[in-house]
Design a protein around this ligand. Sequence first.
Ligand SMILES: [Zn+2]
Length: 64
Amino acid sequence: MTLAKEAALDKAMAARQTCPGPCGRRYFHCLPLKTLGSCLECHDGTPADPASYIAPSAKHLLAA
Ligand SMILES: [Zn+2]
């Protein structure tokens, strides 16, 4: 696989793994966006396992 193909695939995967809800986290698994529209935590408050998503970027941490 070429790097360009890998990048394109990652972009497609990111869209399915990133929560459009308030948390904005990118999970390591695909989210039920078609049914819930967000991750479970944003949907009904079920806390997500911190090991199941990528830690927020510094950009988020700096938001005051
Ligand atoms: Zn979420």
